[in-house]
Design a protein around this ligand. Structure first.
Ligand code: NAD
Ligand code: UGA
Length: 461
């Protein structure tokens, strides 16, 4: 089937950027991105390209080029489902907060709602593409819902998980390591796969497009995230060992990463990984393994999350203990709120947990982030602890305001501007003794110490 009209349900961090690129690379295909969140859609349609709902370097340029030509954002979900030949489901799949599997399993209610709505509205044959990250065999569930609610239309189901990372989404989409497409082994299934392959080959070399069965595709996405997170927890666990032995985690990371069998990516020690996906996808993997009676497998993967939480708490305790031991002013300047640099996303950011630990110890936290807004900081803290003491938290637009009142700076996000600060001037203005807790190991410890700061990184002495 030649695809002329695409609908994507979900205009979030995945739906927005992926559809912008598909529209940009395929000017002859009409791409309608729909969402039930009216505010989000009006922000995607906003003239002010600096205020799109998703901040990603390079995104606004692509939106500017394609929007209004063949890229559209709308709340009229039924209309665009009806018109489409191909529908991407790109809605959120958070961890369940109630019912069976609570705290572990992925909540598929948004996926199921989409499947039901598609079935109810569709009058012509359609290819349904699972873009969201889902438990293995979810496509079977979608198929059942579609069949049960509409027996007149043929639906082919594909799995096409997204591997983009926030902050580098546009580059990841332009030059993906691979595009993965799973589908049925039937002739119709294979035709559906080819329709989607054709869209991607507008810019991705065919050899980088991998086609598999549905279940392999679904499971590969979950396990790719689990492997990436596993490397971070491995290096973070070693950072503690370094502190006890005098080894330096940056040196160890470099030494092991130069082994071509290991590779150097994802070996940066940090205050812990955040983001909306690693934790929820591993919890989901753990749940699937436990449901299948694979206790040892479940325990193995769960350990990644235990180390991540340990690392966040360990970092918080270092700050709290120093403030108490050195009798410092119980007030810190926190640099960074986003879960990584170059994004406005703060979901599951380590900074939320560290701040909560600090304020629980009556330490005042002044927070600065170049892209995350004040309401989001308040939302994040109250979601973790509805009774948090807001009087201890202050959002600031300029990190140097009141710099002379702090003894302590805490770095929680690796924004380039923090690395590039004139730390000598900061030192001259900040209250003494001056401490830096570098939760990202972004500063050159020798230089910072030479300026006069007391420097504490992770896994460095
Ligand atoms: P998001 O929360 O940013 O966006 C999801 C959007 O779906 C929301 O705007 C929500 O309003 C909308 N939505 C939910 N149900 C709907 C419905 N029935 N009808 C219309 N709109 C509906 O989520 P995201 O970060 O884009 O993630 C989406 C999926 O992609 C998740 O499964 C996630 O695991 C996966 N994923 C995310 C990333 C990432 O970097 N964020 C990367 C790869 C994969
Ligand atoms: C991750 C994966 O990298 C993507 O391939 C995947 O598509 C996505 O999850 C998803 O499914 O949502 P993302 O979470 O956006 O992407 O960002 P990452 O670059 O993976 O970083 C995740 C967290 O790990 C961040 O907090 C980051 O600071 C931290 N990290 C990363 C480290 O602490 N050390 C590292 O060496 C690398």
């Amino acid at each position: 089937m030649k695809i002329k009209n695409i609908c994507c349900i979900g205009a979030g961090y995945v739906g927005g950027p992926t559809m912008s690129i598909i529209a940009h690379k395929n000017p002859n295909i009409k791409v309608n991105v729909v969402d039930m969140n009216a505010d989000k859609i009006s922000a995607w349609n906003s003239k002010d390209l600096d205020n799109l709902p998703v901040y990603e370097p390079g995104l606004s340029k692509v939106v500017k080029e394609a929007r209004g030509r063949n890229l559209f954002f709308s709340n009229d979900i039924n209309k665009y489902i009806d018109q489409a030949d191909m529908i991407f489901i790109s809605v959120n799949t958070p961890t369940k907060t109630s019912g069976e599997g609570m705290g572990y399993a992925a909540d598929l209610k948004y996926i199921e709602a989409c499947a039901k709505q598609i079935a109810e509205v569709s009058k012509t044959d359609k290819i349904i593409v699972e873009k969201s990250t889902v438990p293995v065999r979810t496509s079977e569930k979608i198929r059942q819902i579609l069949k049960l609610n509409n027996s007149h239309v043929d639906f082919q189901i594909l799995s096409n998980p997204e591997f983009l990372a926030e902050g580098t989404a546009m580059r990841d989409l332009e030059i993906p390591d691979r595009v993965l497409i799973g589908g049925d082994k039937t002739p119709d299934g294979q035709k559906a796969i080819e329709s989607l392959v054709k869209i991607y080959t507008s810019w991705v070399p065919r050899k980088n497009i991998l086609t598999t069965n549905l279940w392999s595709s679904e499971l590969s996405k979950l396990t790719a995230n689990a492997f990436l997170a596993q490397r971070i927890s491995s290096i973070n666990s070693l950072s503690e060992l370094c502190e006890e032995t005098g080894a330096d985690i940056e040196e160890v990371s470099k030494a092991i990463g130069m082994d071509s069998r290991i590779g150097s990516s994802f070996l940066k020690s940090s205050v812990g990984f955040g983001g909306s996906c690693f934790q929820k996808d591993i919890l989901n993997l753990v749940y699937i393994a436990r449901t299948l009676g694979l206790e040892k497998v479940a325990d193995y993967w769960e350990q990644i999350l235990i180390i991540n939480e340990h690392q966040r708490n360990r970092f918080s305790s270092k700050i709290i203990d120093f403030i108490k031991k050195e009798n410092l002013e119980p007030e810190v300047l926190m640099l960074g709120w986003a879960f990584k640099k170059n994004t406005n996303d703060s979901r599951e950011s380590a900074s939320i947990y560290v701040t909560n630990n600090l304020i629980n110890n009556s330490i005042k936290v002044d927070i600065y982030d170049p892209k995350v807004k004040e309401y989001q900081v308040n939302f994040d803290l109250s979601s973790l602890n509805p009774d948090y003491d807001a009087s201890l938290v202050n959002y600031i637009d300029n990190p140097f305001i009141n710099i002379s009142s702090y003894n302590t700076v805490v770095i929680t996000t690796e924004w380039d501007e923090f690395k590039d600060f004139d730390w000598k001037t900061v030192y001259n203005n900040i209250k003494k003794p001056a401490y830096i807790f570098d939760g990202r190991n972004i500063l050159k410890s020798e230089i910072i110490k030479k300026i006069g700061f007391n420097y504490l990184g992770l896994g460095r002495n």
